[in-house]
Design a protein around this ligand. Structure first.
Ligand SMILES: CSCC[C@H](NC=O)C(=O)O
Ligand SMILES: [Zn+2]
Ligand SMILES: [Zn+2]
Length: 355
């Protein structure tokens, strides 16, 4: 397929990353990099869901459409990219700035979504944005037996309590059924580093002068980043308690016009209507559009003002991305190819969008 009959119209892009997270083979039922299909039809492989499945399904769908003589109106591009799992800085973040990307003149893109445990497919209109937050404390060192104020560990532990309360306040909203997980700000501790090391452990009777904790923080597309920074500076790492912090922002929160990176899923977006219709024509249902709790390369494409939907055609499937024994049922995989045939033919035949 490839080139459309009207190549001057904005094109359709189908994106998949080819990298995956590591696996611990000893904890898997089958070797994670051999794609074993068991007697029940389950295909075990790192990447079976995240997201080599969609890369192959795009190709199979196009092969099938080709064999039926289908000619797209709009050009269809497939991008198979590196480094998504580590932030896309040497992948999509650079690619969106290239002339090659500009020349592709992309009008609409599909990127990965997530499995659905129910009978309806899930679709994602935005990603949360990760911040890596390091909180550092310094304080008074001293004998391990002494009770005194302002040790580094005490300062850090106070912060951990404050962060935990914020975490709970967000999680309570989810538990009360008022928001989905991906609609609140999440913060999870991922490491703590402190202590005076010895050759086989830590000195036990010295209270250390430095301590540090790391958090995986996820902002919703509408979180005000400046307000978040003020909260961190005032409450989580107050300098009056000898605390400092560092934030590594893993991607943009706004496009060049300052808008949150969200693709409209209403009548204002003709691509949404075509997408929805194509899913229905394939005899399938969609659940309410969601924000992706994690993030993917789509955020860089949205940053350019291009509408992107996150979609992986996996239903009645446990969510196993980044997990041990990641797998996908063969029949689900095969059905997904048909769904993409419907999507690709509808999207690439769509004439009327201004872009
Ligand atoms: C630093 S960006 C990390 C991207 C990663 N994406 C999928 O899991 C994520 O943690 O959401
Ligand atoms: Zn992925
Ligand atoms: Zn992943």
């Amino acid at each position: 397929m490839g080139l459309g009959s009207h190549p001057s119209l904005p094109s359709i892009l189908l994106n998949s990353h080819l990298d995956s997270v590591p696996a611990e083979p000893s904890k898997w039922l089958h070797p994670p990099f051999s794609a074993v299909r068991d007697a029940d039809g389950l295909i075990f492989a790192r990447g079976a869901q995240d997201d080599k499945c969609i890369a192959m399904q795009y190709l199979e769908a196009i092969r099938s459409l080709n064999s039926k003589g289908f000619v797209p109106v709009r050009t269809v591009h497939i991008s198979l990219v590196p480094d998504e799992e580590v932030g896309g800085f040497a992948g999509w973040a650079m690619f969106v700035e290239s002339d090659e990307f500009e020349k592709m003149n992309v009008g609409f893109a599909l990127d990965e979504g997530q499995a659905s445990v129910g009978d309806e497919f899930r679709v994602f209109y935005a990603d949360r944005i990760p911040w890596n937050l390091k909180i550092k404390a310094t304080g008074q060192p001293g004998h391990g037996s002494r009770l005194y104020d302002d040790s580094a560990m005490e300062n850090l532990m106070k912060s951990v309590e404050v962060v935990s309360r914020f975490r709970e306040s967000q999680f309570d909203v989810v538990k009360a059924g008022k928001a989905l997980n991906s609609e609140v700000v999440s913060v999870n501790p991922v490491y703590v580093k402190a202590g005076v090391p010895t050759h086989d452990g830590f000195v036990m009777n010295v209270q250390p002068s430095e301590a540090e904790a790391g958090f995986d923080l996820r902002l919703t597309p509408t979180t005000d980043p400046d307000e978040m920074k003020r909260r961190i500076a005032a409450e989580w790492a107050p300098s009056v308690r000898n605390m400092s912090f560092e934030i590594i922002e893993k991607g943009p929160l706004r496009d060049c016009l300052g808008h949150p990176l969200m693709t409209a899923t209403n009548d204002s977006n003709p691509w949404w209507l075509v997408f929805k219709q194509a899913i229905a024509s394939a005899g399938e249902k969609l659940s309410r559009p969601e924000i992706l709790a994690s993030t993917t390369d789509a955020r860089y494409i949205r940053q350019k003002g291009i509408p992107v939907l996150g979609f992986s055609p996996m239903k009645n499937t446990p969510i196993l991305l980044h997990d041990h024994n990641e797998h996908l049922r063969d029949t689900v995989y095969m059905k997904g190819i048909q769904v993409y045939e419907s999507l690709i033919s509808s999207l690439s035949s769509f004439l009327e969008a201004s872009h």
